[in-house]
Each structure stands twice: as C-alpha cells, then as structure tokens.
Design a protein. Sequence first.
Length: 96
Amino acid sequence: MNTKKFWNRVKARNKEKGFTLQEIAKACDIPISTFRNWLYRDINPPLTDANAISRHLGVSLEYLIYGKGTDYVSKTKEEVLELMKKAEEKLTKIRT
C-alpha cells in the first residue's frame, strides 16, 4: 500500500465530508493521538482501522488503498431497508 496516497485520499474525502480529525478518530474508536500520528507520519494503519476509516468516510477500502474500485460504500442497512419498504409499497399498489 502506498501510505502517502492512502492518507491523501483520506484527506481529500474528509475535506468533502467536512469532518474533523477528532470526529473520524472517535467514530472509528481510534485514539486521536494515534490517528494524527498515522496521518502526519504516513504510517499504515492496521487493516481493521483502515476499514473503519473508509466506512466512516463513505468510501470503499479498496478505493483508499489503491485508488480503484468505488469511491463510495454500499448503502447502509437503514438505507437498504428504506428502499425495500418503498419497493414493497409500490408492489402493493400494483397488486391492487
């Protein structure tokens, strides 16, 4: 993994989302001092933490690591349930 590119993608996506470093670290259950150390020293985070960061930023881990794949993650469970509910409502209207 090119760590510098990883963190550049994190910074770019973070700029779009408008989170503070503290918000990302807290949401990912990473001590802020550790998060800053990784970020400013271009250190590879453990895979589980990299995955948490990608999910919080709404991008795929593959995108952060390689710059390939989707620059978004799949819908959240709540979004999927809402889409299913809307589909069910439409199907109900069609049947009646």
